[in-house]
Design a protein around this ligand. Structure first.
Ligand SMILES: NC(=O)C1=CN([C@@H]2O[C@H](COP(=O)(O)OP(=O)(O)OC[C@H]3O[C@@H](n4cnc5c(N)ncnc54)[C@H](O)[C@@H]3O)[C@@H](O)[C@H]2O)C=CC1
Ligand SMILES: O=C(CO)COP(=O)(O)O
Length: 328
């Protein structure tokens, strides 16, 4: 809808003929955005060739588990001069690869030319033209600026960032903490607990991000704090809602069945469990969540485990690099 507000020819690809028909004929997407009217110039198709051929830019927003498959089906129509942007927040759990790596492998294009779009941007509010700010990151500054130009308008403000890795990691990892915040609310714990989860969660995802090569300041930006706040506190967030139901005692399978939409934080918690072992970086909140999700741990026991950890100083756990390191 943002792109259609800015450009005359925007086409959405979907595998569902029913949805395509609804978008083209009624300008609606009743399953995912029931109350919204879509722009009349937003067209839809199930034919990838029709969607992609002749396009100057392609935005991929498949759920992370479908990213490789969708990128592969795009490949035959992909041209080198197309701008590739993605807004998916997750990892390929089997390989721990970031989404830009998966896309680059499938399209055969340089990973550094891909643009990552991230930040606090619940679709339900973007479609209502509520003021929204996001960040676009790429190693290719021209590509990032081109994406900024494509999306930016009076309701949708876009910043660029050179730290593509950090933006991608922050966008994926914040979902784990949002799940935890939902669980805390579902357990009936108060605002103190949620503030603690957000703060210590941010420390934890920054710590692993820095170890993986990201700029810590990216985690203080839109893709980090911004998206963490919106995902952990908004009623629109699927991650928060799923966490809340788990805190209320519902089983994971029942929660997922009732959502009918992707809850990226579940798969990302699994990925973080392996990533934290691989890099030797402690992620206590993610680890407790992993045990709740995949080892049937009672959420209250998980909170006791977090509260009962060894005493620490606040700063020793915030692995921050110096300014010089980021400018060398
Ligand atoms: N919904 C939101 O407000 C935002 C979502 N995101 C990210 O966007 C990504 C997608 O999320 P949503 O669209 O919200 O999820 P969703 O669950 O609401 O919709 C996913 C869509 O992908 C389709 N899909 C699923 N598997 C597919 C496959 N194998 N091939 C083709 N299509 C497939 C589904 O049919 C559905 O239309 C996630 O990584 C999410 O974190 C990012 C920013 C905001
Ligand atoms: O990332 C999002 C908003 O910025 C969407 O979050 P949920 O997937 O939790 O709904």
């Amino acid at each position: 809808s943002v792109l259609a507000a800015n450009h005359p020819n925007v086409m959405i690809w979907s595998r569902s003929a029913e949805q395509v028909q609804e978008i083209n004929e009624k300008h609606m997407n009743s399953r995912y955005l029931p109350d919204a009217e879509l722009p009349a110039n937003l067209k839809a198709t199930t034919d990838m060739e029709e969607a992609v051929s002749g396009a100057c830019a392609v935005l991929i927003v498949a759920p992370s588990k479908a990213m490789r498959e969708v990128s592969r089906s795009l490949k035959p129509y992909w041209q080198e001069d197309m701008l590739c942007i993605h807004a998916t927040k997750g990892f390929e759990t089997e390989t721990l690869k970031r989404m830009s790596t998966v896309i680059a492998e499938e399209l055969g294009c340089p990973e550094g030319d891909i643009v990552v779009l991230s930040g606090p941007s619940h679709a339900e509010e973007v479609i209502r033209l509520c003021p929204t700010t996001v960040v676009v990151a790429s190693l290719n500054q021209q590509a990032a600026s081109a994406a900024q130009d494509l999306f930016m308008n009076a309701d949708f403000r876009v910043y660029t960032n050179r730290d593509m890795l950090g933006v991608e990691l922050a966008g994926a990892l914040k979902n784990i903490i949002a799940l935890g915040a939902g669980m805390s609310d579902g357990l009936g714990y108060g605002d103190n607990a949620k503030a603690a989860l957000l703060t210590r969660g941010l420390a934890e995802i920054t710590r692993i991000g820095v170890e993986m090569g990201a700029n810590p300041l990216t985690f203080a930006g839109l893709a980090g704090v911004g998206d963490l706040v919106v995902t952990a506190t908004s009623r629109h967030s699927r991650n928060w809602r799923a966490g809340c139901m788990l805190g209320e005692g519902k089983k994971l399978d029942d929660v997922l069945n009732s959502m009918g939409m992707v809850v990226e934080g579940i798969r990302t918690t699994k990925a973080a469990h392996t990533i934290s072992e691989k890099y030797g970086v402690q992620m206590p909140i993610a680890e407790q969540l992993y045990q709740v999700l995949f080892e049937n741990k009672d959420p209250r026991i998980a909170v006791e485990a977090l509260m009962g950890r060894d005493p620490k100083t606040e700063m020793e756990s915030m692995k921050l690099a110096t300014w010089e390191q980021w400018h060398s």
